[in-house]
Design a protein around this ligand. Structure first.
Ligand code: ADP
Ligand code: MG
Length: 728
């Protein structure tokens, strides 16, 4: 007998070359093999006598081969195999091109079970089996009124599992292999029995059998339910453990100076929304604790997360601790640098900027208009020194801030904007020693505040960020006008171009976003956007100034890169109204604030996900003027249009996320989950009840046994899971 962990390359009957092929499917152990789940099942449970067959049916028949031959087709040089099968009542032909393995073992006189679709062809439109599954059987039930499925068959007469395949390993082969090793493996259920009972789940052995070889749909459903629970249960256990572990670490408690914060809030040019106040309050409360905060601030584009982060930052800096603010792009880092400098203009705080291409130290900025000042520039070396000696209070930057050589004096808070855009490694780095501060005897780690503008449906948040505390800004600042959104078919382009012309003449500005290019190469995207820029400039808007922005532009400034404008400079020029229209690839997506822009035109809108379109739309509607979002479609496909139309109906990012979740599944939200999570787990992410139940059970078991010492098998499963999924 084998165990889950038995390595396939060590099993003599499998052999090295097969083991190698299986490895390319990610199958290294018996456990991997048994967890190589089908992605589809072909329903071959309908049995018929051959004389009853009708064209179009998917059926199974049994019979004896009376004639079989293989010829090379003249045109395509493919092997064509034809077999004639009779069950005594009738006769039918089966045809295969480049026959799969089992067909090669067929010969005249053999009894077979055939499953597949009945096609028709030839001059008499005769019914025949086109490329059916076939297995050799004993003759037992042939000719009986009630045909019984051959008990040993795995590819015919059943719900035949269809697997992810690779060259040299087809589903026929996998079915046999899995069936064989299912019978030869000791299977211990790692989910405790009482949980199975409460949740009414089937045991692992039955579930494994039924996920591969279900007798009927009901069995299959039970198996899926079990595995969905299993996966979610493991995820929740891990998340809760990570959370517990996080809570054992210590952080510097940051005292809340209420009058000071009140004063700061008063100094703002606007009143905070209730949701902003609530979130800020939750964060400030967390900061007072001696255990590190790990909170996700989730709020739609334009909901005003920055000022909430600013309150946290100034609260910490006011107590003479340092703050690091990380942004995913240079453009965004620079924007935060200017924005926060403005918020903190009379605070006396030193705010620094560190990105890949520039180092700036900006002390006490007084100018409202950030472009008007020439800021003191620092060498990188000097900047790093100042950071280490504590002369910089708030350091804003890209992942350049995460380099090993960057050291802080007493970093107490890390804020990550658009956290999902940071790579797994970059986020993991945050948890490591470099950011720890050595406070005498107590090693502490900084409080962590992550922010995201991707509204994630609540259930999904719970599943994905079960280890985080969540603050949600679910309301916009007052007086913001609803962005008018319209899906525009190709023939109505001109009308919109005219409207844009009027808007620009009235002093407004517009974004044009070019569609995603099929091949994901950056160069073809650059080509597409460059051509569209030229077309719009020459043919549509010759009277206006059009800017161009794409990902291949240098991030260094014009002077530093020898001529070409950087992305940031282009963005800045647009902000300064040097351009009326900015034609861009999707790089414009994150965070950039241009209040005078009132039009967002998206080409090839059908290629984007709704949540992403919503992000683009959030680039406008940031000022006092009515804003518009036009979704240009390249074709008029019904379904796509309906999907896009939902953008017309709501401006609520959470609703759109919910809709997107139902339509396109959770995969797109899973920035934090690496690939390799099986579809079954993906499916389970949409199941609210299941997520809640698994979380509850995980909490219960951890309350009883935090280290899972009594559940070694379970513990082992969680350790394996940890390799697959990244945890915040
Ligand atoms: P996001 O959540 O997308 O990061 P920002 O923090 O950039 O949003 O805020 C968007 C805009 O709204 C900014 O110009 C900001 O100054 C402004 N803003 C934020 N909060 C308020 C408020 N309570 N009232 C009015 N305007 C606000
Ligand atoms: Mg933002």
């Amino acid at each position: 007998m084998f165990s889950y962990s038995s390595s396939l390359s060590q099993i003599p009957s499998i052999g090295k070359s097969l083991a190698k092929k299986l490895t390319s499917l990610g199958i290294n152990t018996i456990g991997d093999l048994l967890y190589h789940f089908p992605f589809r099942y072909d329903d071959f449970t309908e049995f018929r006598q051959i004389n009853e067959l009708e064209v179009g049916q998917t059926v199974t028949v049994q019979g004896q081969i009376v004639k079989i031959s293989t010829t090379k087709t003249w045109k395509k040089k493919m092997a064509l195999t034809e077999a004639h099968v009779t069950d005594g009542q009738g006769q039918i032909k089966a045809v295969w091109f480049n026959a799969p393995a089992p067909v090669r073992f067929l010969s005249k006189g053999k009894y077979v079970q055939l499953s597949g679709k009945i096609a028709s062809g030839g001059k008499n439109q005769e019914p025949y089996f086109s490329h059916p599954n076939v297995e050799i059987i004993s003759q037992s039930s042939i000719g009986n009124q009630n045909i019984e499925a051959s008990p040993r068959s795995t590819s015919t007469g059943n719900l035949a599992p269809v697997y992810p395949e690779t060259k040299g390993i087809n589903s026929y082969f996998l079915r046999r292999l899995i069936k064989t090793y299912l019978g030869r493996t000791v299977i211990h259920d790692f989910i405790p029995r009482d949980i199975l009972e409460t949740e009414q789940l089937i045991d692992l052995k039955t579930a494994l059998h039924n996920i591969h070889f279900p007798e009927n749909q009901a069995d299959l459903a039970l198996a899926k339910q079990r595995f969905a629970f299993e996966k979610m249960f493991l995820i929740q256990l891990k998340a809760l453990q990570v959370k517990k572990n996080w809570e054992t670490k210590s952080a510097v408690p940051v005292a809340f100076d209420e009058p000071f914060i009140k004063q700061f809030v008063k100094s703002l040019p606007f009143a905070l929304t209730t949701a902003q106040k609530k979130s800020a309050w939750q964060i400030i409360r967390d900061l007072e604790q001696t255990k590190p905060m790990n909170r996700l601030l989730e709020g739609d584009v334009g909901s005003g997360k920055t000022v909430v982060a600013a309150m946290a930052a100034i609260s910490v800096a006011h107590q003479k601790y340092q703050v690091a603010i990380l942004a995913p792009t240079e453009v965004l880092a620079i924007q935060h640098f200017h924005g926060l400098s403005r918020f903190f203009k009379n605070s006396g705080l030193a705010i620094g900027l560190l990105t890949g291409s520039k180092t700036e130290l900006n002390c006490n900025i007084n100018a409202e208009d950030e472009t008007a000042t020439t800021k003191p520039k620092l060498s990188k070396k000097k900047f790093l020194e100042n950071l280490e000696t504590g002369q910089i209070d708030i350091a804003i930057g890209t992942h350049a801030l995460l380099q090993q050589k960057v050291r802080f004096k007493n970093l107490a808070l890390v804020i990550i904007d658009e956290q999902h855009r940071f790579g797994v490694n970059q986020r993991a780095h945050l948890q490591q020693g470099t950011l720890n501060l050595d406070d005498g005897m107590n090693k502490t780690i900084p409080h962590l505040l992550s922010m995201t503008a991707t509204p994630i449906p609540r259930t999904l948040s719970l599943a994905l960020f079960g280890n985080l505390n969540l603050s949600i800004i679910d309301e916009y600042p007052q007086g913001r006008k609803k962005i008018i959104t319209k899906v525009i078919p190709p023939k109505e382009r001109e009308i919109i171009y005219d409207f844009i012309r009027q808007q620009i003449q009235a002093g407004r500005q517009a974004f044009v976003i070019c569609p995603l290019v099929e091949e994901t190469s950056k160069m073809s995207e650059v080509k597409a956007v460059t051509e569209e820029h030229k077309r719009l400039q020459e043919e549509i808007f010759p009277e206006f100034k059009l800017g161009l922005l794409h990902g291949k532009m240098p991030s260094k400034s014009r002077s530093a890169s020898g001529g070409a404008f950087s992305k940031e400079e282009i963005m800045q020029k647009f902000k300064n109204r040097e351009y009326d229209i900015l034609v861009s690839t999707s790089v414009v997506e994150v965070g950039v604030d241009v209040p005078n822009a009132t039009i967002m035109l998206i080409e090839g809108a059908e290629r984007f996900g709704l949540s992403q379109l919503h992000q683009f739309r959030g680039r406008v509607g940031r000022g006092e003027h009515q804003s518009y979002c036009y979704l240009f479609t390249s074709e008029n496909i019904g379904f796509t249009t309906r999907r896009l139309k939902s953008m017309e109906k709501t401006n609520d990012g959470f609703k759109i996320a919910e809709y997107d979740l139902n339509l396109r599944g959770p995969g797109q939200f899973l920035g934090t989950l690496q690939s390799g999570v099986p579809d079954i787990a993906m499916e389970s992410l949409t199941d609210v009840k299941l997520i809640q139940a698994s979380r509850l059970e995980a909490q219960r078991i951890l309350a009883f046994d935090p280290q899972l010492e009594n559940f070694p098998l379970l513990k082992q499963q969680i350790d394996q899971l940890a390799n697959m999924i990244h945890w915040e």
